[in-house]
Design a protein around this ligand. Structure first.
Ligand SMILES: [Zn+2]
Ligand SMILES: [Zn+2]
Length: 240
């Protein structure tokens, strides 16, 4: 498998970048994890949309789903014109209701509600979902194929379910947006220091959901705990 970082920022993108979006590719399958703000303009540079096999939206904060509400226009057109002969599997939480229904109503999507422990497969990729703590219902996902696995935290405010998520992981994409010095109990995100320490035994740890302007400080804080950490670079592809 390989993963391309499409959008590496949390909260909002910078002028050239995008928020959370990752393209996972195996021998047979292409899955998009999250479709944050400005992600489509990057995604379009690396894949023809008609080759996408499934989309996962981890939760309904805009930095993870904003462009999904635009991508529904693509899906509607593709199903109407026969570019796709079947609806696109589209995984998402069933709450908040209004956001869920806005995407579910798209004729081009085959909606699949995510729940904790859900296991499913898209061709040669296995997906397993884990509920994590964050202000909205949010799901981390483990993506596995050909005996390799990638774990994506989405947004996490503590360690809940991370042991299940990271079990046997070869590669992790982690929420790394709050430096330890700025972290307080009850914030919606874990600190960079803590997530870096938790993942120190995973061979490759991609720092993502970055805060614009804090990239280098984030990297240094993570490296103090974890020699396998590196910053996500947009449009760069990594082998798992
Ligand atoms: Zn976020
Ligand atoms: Zn969030």
């Amino acid at each position: 498998m390989k993963v391309t970082a499409i959008g590496r920022y949390g909260k909002y993108p910078n002028k050239d970048g995008a928020t959370c979006c990752y393209l996972i590719e195996s021998a047979q399958t292409k899955i998009v994890l999250d479709m944050g703000s400005a992600s489509l303009k990057n995604l379009d540079k690396v894949i023809d949309y008609k080759h996408i096999d499934a989309v996962v939206v981890s939760h309904f904060h805009g930095d993870h789903c904003a462009d999904a509400f635009v991508f529904r226009n693509v899906a509607f057109e593709f199903i109407k014109t026969g570019v796709w002969d079947t609806k696109l599997p589209f995984f998402m939480p069933k709450e908040p209701y209004n956001e869920f229904m806005a995407l579910k109503s798209c004729e081009g999507f085959q909606t699949i509600e995510i729940s904790d422990g859900l296991k499913t497969a898209i061709k040669d990729i296995d997906l397993e979902f884990f509920k994590v703590n964050h202000p909205l219902p949010t799901y981390a996902v483990k993506v596995s194929s050909n005996e390799k696995s990638l774990s994506y935290t989405a947004d996490i405010m503590d360690k809940e379910n991370l042991d299940r998520l990271f079990l046997g992981a070869d590669f992790a994409i982690v929420d790394a947006c709050i430096l330890e010095k700025n972290h307080k109990q009850g914030l919606p995100h874990i600190s960079v220091k803590e997530i870096a320490y938790i993942t120190k035994d995973i061979p490759k740890v991609m720092l993502a959901h970055l805060e614009y302007g804090k990239e280098e400080e984030t990297l240094q804080e993570a490296l103090s705990q974890n020699k396998n950490a590196f910053l996500a670079e947009e449009l760069k592809t990594y082998h798992i």
